[in-house]
Ligand binder design. Sequence first.
Ligand code: DP6
Length: 343
Amino acid sequence: MSDRPNIRISGAARRRAAADAALGDRAGKPPARTEGKAFAPANIALCKYWGKRDEELRLPMNSSVSISLGALGTRTRVRLGDGDRYVLNGSPLAPESAEGRRLREYLDLFRGPAAPGFEVDTENTIPTAAGLASSASAFAALAKALDVLFGWGLDLGALSILARLGSGSAARSVAAGFVEWRAGERSDGSDSVAIPWPERWPQLRIGLLVLASGPKSVGSRDAMRHTVETSPLYAAWPETARQDLETLRGAVRTRDFEALGRTAEANAMAMHATMLAARPAVRYWRAETVAALDRVAAARAEGLPVYATLDAGPNVKLLFEAASEMAVAAAFPEARAVAPFGG
Ligand code: DP6
């Protein structure tokens, strides 16, 4: 049984209540300074977040784990202003665009008499051509910049709650390294938080293969909802993800690269299988995607330990270790290698 009250309150009011709860007695206090700056990394999920149990609070059906991409991410500066003004990668962002509206609604969660407007200047440190510019690093950087502006001094759990209210995967971008996002059980989402894993894996590499750029056919939010509502395969997903997450936890603890790669690849395939079975299907794959997956399989058949994962888009990300860097560069000359732990 849900402990949600019978009275219907709006999504915006529920989100504001969740943000206020994460802020505790800091909620509503005036900003400590006039400007806050922060950086947050992009992240690649090894066990994916796919499906929400609460759309408004962005509470996931399953726990997930990702690896943050070091210096690749988003740098954001927030300043107090009379009204809102947004700049994205040096160009003004129209307030009435879909992205502008999403940003304004998010900032509404923190607006008050002492903070009527926000000037947000945000820049991706990932070249746009890398096809990775995502809402994850954007909302994590914004939550962290607001934390500096207001002087809240939030811990990681509270920061991840605020980031999640902007985009689910942003919950994991508040920290470096391996970050688990616990699905949680409470209806207010207060236990749906990020927990970094203590292990470091300096030899781990991620290869970014950009096969297609430009806006994706369907955004992840709509694709997720449609999959949950119509895919007969979705029922198997939460348990599959639960098992994969535990296997990944063991693989990271024992530094078993083969188990990590195999599980991450299988998890991505299972997520896409749920989408392909949706009615109508959500299919992000292009001919180039299949060709790249064929090359990964062929490289592996020749003894190269390389695995693939992909998100809600056509681009493939490779997983390998430093010892295979030269061989991977030879097999995938177009891949951009990233050392998430700095190498
Ligand atoms: C496939 O975090 O973009 O990348 O919560 O609706 O903003 P919203 O969705 P988003 O979804 C990311 C889905 C994914 C898998 C993952 O990163 O775990």
